[in-house]
Design a protein around this ligand. Structure first.
Ligand code: FES
Length: 183
C-alpha cells in the first residue's frame, strides 16, 4: 500500500518542476521503495500525483529495466549483454550465474534471495563485462570474481545487519534543480 507520506512527497516533488509529469521517474522510485516493485496501486498513485494517465505512467515504468514489474529477490543481479560486454564474454558469465543460482534470466530463486536479469548497456563499457547488484556496479567481472561476489552476498543475506537509523536519501537529477530529496 502506498503511504500517504509517499503520495505527499510525490506531490511536493511535482511542484518543483515546471511540468508535473517531469517528476515521473523519481515518483516511480518512491513506489518501488515502498512496494518493492511497480504495483497497479503505485501506477495510480503516481498518475494522481502528477496528473497523468496510468497508461502514460506505465509506459515509462515498463521502458526502463530499473523498474520492476513483479516482486524480485533481495539481491537483483543485472548482467549487461550489450556489445562491449558480449565481446568480453558476458555469455559465459551469464551461463555461470545461471548454473550457480539454478535460475534463468528473469527468474527468482525459490528462497526469494536472488533475481537474475540480463539488461542492455549499463554505461560501463570500458570495464566490461559489468553487472549491477541492486544499485551497485561491479565491473571487470570474471567467473572467479562472480563466485567471490556470490559468497559475499550469501554471507550478507544469511547474516543481515540490523537496520541503520533512517537517513535522508538524495537522488540527483539534472533538471530543473540539481537535487531532489526523497525523504
Ligand atoms: S556494453 Fe556492457 S556496459 Fe556497455
Amino acid at each position: 500500500m502506498i503511504s500517504e507520506q509517499a503520495k505527499q512527497r510525490m506531490r511536493d516533488l511535482a511542484a518543483r518542476y515546471p511540468v508535473a509529469r517531469s517528476a515521473v521517474m523519481p515518483a516511480l522510485h518512491m513506489v518501488q521503495q515502498e512496494e518493492g516493485y511497480i504495483t497497479d496501486e503505485g501506477l495510480q498513485a503516481v498518475a494522481d500525483a502528477l496528473n497523468m494517465t496510468t497508461d502514460d505512467v506505465e509506459s515509462v515504468a515498463t521502458f526502463y529495466t530499473m523498474y520492476y514489474q513483479q516482486p524480485k529477490g533481495k539481491k537483483v543481479i543485472k548482467v549487461c549483454n550489450s556489445i562491449s560486454c558480449y565481446l568480453r564474454n558476458c555469455d559465459a558469465l551469464i551461463e555461470h550465474l545461471q548454473q550457480r543460482l539454478g535460475i534463468k534470466p528473469g527468474e527468482t530463486t525459490p528462497d526469494g534471495k536472488y533475481t537474475l536479469m540480463t539488461v542492455e548497456c549499463l554505461a560501463s563499457c570500458t570495464t566490461a563485462p559489468a553487472l549491477q547488484v541492486n544499485d551497485e556496479f561491479v565491473e571487470n567481472v570474471t567467473i572467479e570474481s562472480a563466485d567471490a561476489l556470490l559468497a559475499e552476498l550469501d554471507q550478507e543475506l544469511n547474516n543481515p545487519r540490523p537496520p541503520l537509523p533512517e537517513r535522508e536519501q538524495v537522488i540527483t537529477f539534472e533538471s530543473p534543480r540539481s537535487e531532489v530529496r526523497l525523504s
